[in-house]
Design a protein. Structure first.
Length: 186
């Protein structure tokens, strides 16, 4: 069975401090993909404290985002409402947290962990579909880390939110050239 990784479909990346283009559509398209395909689903979440060094206020480059327990850090509620199979909705076994170390910028979900310590790259199958937000950052770095470790990686085109359309398209071309198969381009 294929694994689907849903990268950082959290409110701060959808309608919050780092809102991305196509984010709401990406969420709905990911849900549609989940409902139409036999996949195991894994969700990653940025999960920061107020002291995270990636924040501008702490010397980084990003606005404050995805603070632990705040609305902006929550996965979009539609994942709980519109997915037909309840085992594929977010739960403690399939939600993986990243960005927990305030000193390190962690775009990739590759080493994200569940509350019980299961690591994402050890949980997913060899064939992985990656989706989520943002194409040029966390999605890209997740796909590259998986590819580097020998996984067969696909990107769900319709399930991607992005910061900048031009950079998003350049990113897709670069990932294709590296061996990532882009699917669902309609």
């Amino acid at each position: 069975m294929k694994s689907l990784i849903v990268v950082d479909c959290q409110y701060d990346f959808i309608d919050g401090t780092l809102a991305c283009e196509n984010a709401e559509n990406a969420v709905l398209n990911i849900i549609d993909y989940i409902n139409k395909n036999d996949v195991d689903v894994y969700y990653s979440m940025d999960w920061h404290t107020k002291d995270n060094k990636s924040f501008i206020v702490n010397g980084g480059i990003w606005p404050v985002h995805c603070l632990q327990g705040e609305r902006g850090a929550m996965l979009h509620e539609k994942f709980g409402e519109l997915i037909d199979d309840s085992s594929k909705t977010p739960n403690p076994e399939n939600v993986f947290y990243k960005g927990l170390n305030d000193e390190i910028e962690e775009y990739s979900a590759y080493s994200a962990k569940t509350e019980s310590g299961v690591v994402l790259n050890e949980a997913v199958e060899e064939s992985v579909v990656v989706s989520g937000i943002a194409s040029e950052y966390c999605v890209r770095e997740t796909a590259l880390a998986l590819l580097e470790d020998g996984f067969k990686v696909q990107l769900l085109y319709s399930g991607l939110g992005y910061v900048n359309k031009s950079d998003h398209l350049k990113n897709l071309e670069d990932l294709r050239n590296r061996g990532v198969n882009v699917i669902g381009t309609d």
